[in-house]
Design a protein around this ligand. Sequence first.
Ligand SMILES: Nc1ncnc2c1ncn2[C@@H]1O[C@H](COP(=O)(O)OP(=O)(O)OP(=O)(O)O)[C@@H](O)[C@H]1O
Ligand SMILES: [Mg+2]
Length: 307
Amino acid sequence: MTVVSVLNYKGGVGKTTVAANLAGEIAYRGRTVLLIDMDPQASLTLSFYPADEFAKEFSDGGTLLHWFEAILHHQDPRPLREFVVTPPRVNERVQRGGGRLDLIPSHLGLIDIDLDLAAYVGGSRFDVSSSGYLWVHRLLADALEDPAFAEYDVVIIDCAPNFNMITRTAVVASDQILIPAKADYLSTLGIDYLRRKVAELVRDYNEVAGDKGGIAIAPELLGIVFTMIQHAADGPIIAARNYVTHTEQYGVPVFRQMIRESKTLFATAGERGIPAVLLPNANPNVQYELVELATEFLTRIAVESTK
Ligand SMILES: Nc1ncnc2c1ncn2[C@@H]1O[C@H](COP(=O)(O)OP(=O)(O)OP(=O)(O)O)[C@@H](O)[C@H]1O
Ligand SMILES: [Mg+2]
């Protein structure tokens, strides 16, 4: 099992879209994939379940919010595996290849949990001397050690556009970090900052873990995926290509495969409960890019592709 966080504190860069499409395509190829929606906006959850279905089935007790709540209220929490659901529409398509796509849903109320968790680590400073530092940071990592999760080939975590406590638990639980980004000036500037924030967390965490006899973590930056690339007749527009080249200087790997901008395809995908890559009769150029991205992703995380 490989755990990958999809991370960028910048909003609207394609994190959720990349997470959903990678998971959809990898499951379609016969793999078992778990998505964890760690963003209070719950966009990932709502791209697999219509809002009314979500409200009826999970919003009262079946989301990550409820798992965290029980932990914070010192109740005996239900194990995380009991929050896993199998969204029906996407799995109708995916199961033809023998794979499965599962999800742990999110909830808007998760935003308050972030503040509650931060209180255990001295608020927004994430103070390494707090007695709860390791415990809070390891909440997700420890939960994923449940043998029930060993059946997944890949776990993909969709993070909120911030570097708050819940996002930090995702980083601590991850083997790899995937960074979707737009190819524009501000986005490429932000990548270096993000790289430093991750390095700082890993350094602080390992310092505390070292003192307390805990296990060190070493999440790797898997790479940057450029999304929403504007195309001209001969491929990506020059400005986009320049920002990609510029980003390569930060020393973070860049995925060869980029995803072009396609407002129509991605706008309708969510409403249908199926990621764009698996929609019938969709824009073949974009779908080809998403398929190739999945192949490159699997190669980079060294999971064999079965198709
Ligand atoms: N390649 C693309 N072309 C056009 N639109 C896209 C593309 N990828 C994503 N979008 C659209 O852009 C919006 C933002 O995408 P998405 O939700 O994946 O970003 P995000 O980084 O997860 O955002 P947030 O930070 O709010 O979680 C969505 O409406 C999505 O449908
Ligand atoms: Mg998102």
